[in-house]
Design a protein around this ligand. Structure first.
Ligand code: GCB
Length: 581
């Protein structure tokens, strides 16, 4: 039996736009005890209160603020969110307030009491509110700030829109006093039958508890007992039908404790990288991928629902993909769950992007926190194959040390996945590029972004390039791409035309066939996306146009080039497709 339930706090929240943080600081720039978090009301006609949530406009949660009100299109700063909810605390229960994400930093108050802060726009966080909850009407206030900061993750400079707000689901999670706080269950690295993981209880009776783990369809029924820390280690043998993109089998897994029930649908598959290959369920794998930003179909706003996820991933499937790179930050949980159901392997990453403040201890701490939150949320998803720790970071000792810490963290949190990063390459002569970033030594799979034919020469340049690697490791070209405005037709040398992009893909594919250690690609990008770095009038208008699809879903010519290549690859299999080996 379970005392668990979930109450959604999605819907319309009142907001106050507060660019000067007037609701937080007094005129000496000291935090005030009298801020908007009090949601105060005048008690007499003489009271001076200069804000009123109940008469302020509303925004939908989940959702970014930029796309909901024209005046917030480019807004970067603070917005206060407020709503009330009715709740009563049942005896013997605890209540947690959970945010899917708040972009980028949030401070949360319940009934005027500070619950805490969170930094990082793309990962979940929660606060226990059992003690702060009133029996009846409760008042919840969240200050959300999306100001870009040099020392933040990501830093000030990115090629995507700085969407702010309560961008993902908000809910109350009602649990028993002693709750199942974490379940991790996967096949060990490279194994097709050895399950490993753990169950963690949290609460007054966490130690020495009996638990039952069931995977009925597999005939698994395991009795477990928690140790003094409330943990029970999982380790058993079974022969599951293995999850794969062609057969995304999920099993219903339950864990029962005295008062709690955990239930999830989990897939099991084996993954490993050795001798320059990636193996899925013992078979060599080629990753036919595409990169995606977290923008909803139609474009120009954050995706946040299962429908958005299904729609985006269906387009990747139509392209012939078995793999998606969820760039450049953890996407919402609906995406990874949809990938699990639809059969798409996932590259998951945190926004350690370009030039981070490598020597700043707080920056490292925040990167570690975001990584931990991402891995803990998604490590039961069979779809997740690769954890990536960075994108196009400049080589330096400080950078490599920083990323080395992240890599050690991932290995400790999840020994079952492969670790990668999107690296850069360098020219050793006019026609030879080499991947020798020292970080490569620490990765299972090399990622590399390259724009030969777009930022680097014209498409015909691809014909002359030879690739080398300092490592005997599989390579995924994690980006390649060229801008094209959907419907703009010209000759193949005219920038931004569909024909330029088409010819770029044709030449790139011929070059890729000549990379002996290539084991996958995730071109940039499935759909055009919003970016303030792209001002060209009539062409970009603040969109990055490297999509194979326009925001309305119209296919550009290059879509069919890549689709054809993927058809060929899926029929030929690794090693026989013209990839020189
Ligand atoms: C890159 C970045 C990606 C950009 C892309 C571009 O290398 O990783 O975030 O959007 O290039 O279009 O320039």
């Amino acid at each position: 039996m379970s005392d668990r339930s979930v109450v959604s706090l999605n819907g319309a929240w009142h907001i106050i736009v507060d660019p000067y943080e007037n609701g937080y600081y007094d005129y000496r720039l000291q935090p005030t005890s009298d801020g908007y978090f009090r949601n105060a009301k005048p008690r007499t006609k003489s009271d001076r209160i200069e804000y009123d949530f109940s008469r302020s406009p509303t925004l939908e949660v989940p959702g970014d603020w930029n796309s909901q009100r024209p005046e917030l299109f480019l807004y970067e700063g603070t917005i206060w969110y407020q709503r009330t909810f009715e709740q009563r605390l049942a005896p013997g229960t605890r209540v947690f307030l959970e945010f899917g994400a708040a972009a980028q930093r949030a401070t949360v108050w319940l009934n005027g009491a500070l619950l805490g802060h969170h930094e990082g726009a793309f990962t979940p966080f929660s606060f226990e509110v059992t003690g702060a909850l009133l029996q009846g009407t409760n008042d919840l206030v969240v200050k959300v700030d999306n100001t870009r900061r040099r020392e933040a993750i990501p830093t000030v400079n990115t090629d995507w829109w700085n969407y702010g707000g309560l961008t993902r689901d908000v809910r109350l999670h009602i649990c028993p006093q002693t709750r199942i706080a974490d379940v991790f269950l996967q096949l060990g690295r490279g194994s097709r039958s050895t399950f490993l993981g753990h169950v963690k209880l949290e609460g007054p009776d966490a130690a020495g508890q009996n638990l039952q783990l069931e995977i009925q369809e597999l005939g698994i029924s395991q009795h477990l007992e928690t140790d003094a820390s409330g943990t029970a280690v999982l380790s058993f043998e079974a022969a599951p039908s293995l999850w794969s993109p062609d057969s995304p089998k999920l099993y219903e897994v339950t864990v029962t404790s005295a008062r709690d029930l955990f239930r999830d649908r989990i897939g099991f598959r084996s993954l490993e990288a050795r001798s320059g290959e990636i193996f899925l369920n013992g078979e060599p794998l080629f990753l036919r991928g595409i990169s995606l930003h977290e923008e909803a179909p139609g474009g120009g706003r954050r995706a946040h629902s299962a429908e958005h996820a299904e729609n985006l991933l269906a387009r990747a499937k139509e392209l012939g993909c078995n793999f998606v790179r969820l760039a450049h930050y953890p996407h919402n949980e609906h995406m990874v769950r949809a990938a699990d159901r639809l059969g798409l392997l996932v590259w998951s990453e945190i926004p350690v992007y370009w030039t981070i403040d490598w020597e700043n201890a707080n920056t490292l701490e925040n990167a570690r926190q975001q990584l931990r939150e991402n891995v803990l949320r998604d490590r039961n998803r069979a779809a997740v194959a690769l954890w990536s720790v960075a994108n196009e970071t400049p080589v330096s000792e400080a950078r490599t040390l920083f990323l080395g810490t992240l890599i050690a963290d991932v290995r400790a949190l999840d020994p079952t996945r492969l670790i990668t990063a999107a690296l850069e390459h360098r020219y050793v002569n006019e026609t030879t590029v080499l991947i020798d970033d020292p970080l490569g030594a620490d990765l299972d799979v090399l990622g590399c972004n390259e724009y030969i034919g777009w930022y680097d020469g014209l498409p015909e340049k691809c014909d002359r390039i030879t690739w080398q690697s300092a490592y005997d490791k599989p390579l995924v070209i994690s980006e390649l791409g060229a801008d094209a405005l959907s419907g703009f037709h010209a000759d193949p040398l005219t920038r931004f035309s569909e024909e330029f992009q088409e010819s770029f893909y044709q030449r790139q594919i011929e070059m890729l066939r000549r990379i002996p250690f290539l084991r996958g690609l995730s071109p940039w990008i499935l759909v055009d996306f919003r970016s303030p770095r792209r001002p060209l009038p009539g062409i970009q208008d603040m969109w990055n146009r490297k999509g194979l699809l326009a925001p309305d879903g119209t296919k550009k010519k290059a879509f069919f080039v890549l689709q054809q290549f993927y058809r060929e690859l899926s029929q030929a299999g690794v090693g026989t497709l013209g990839l020189r080996s």
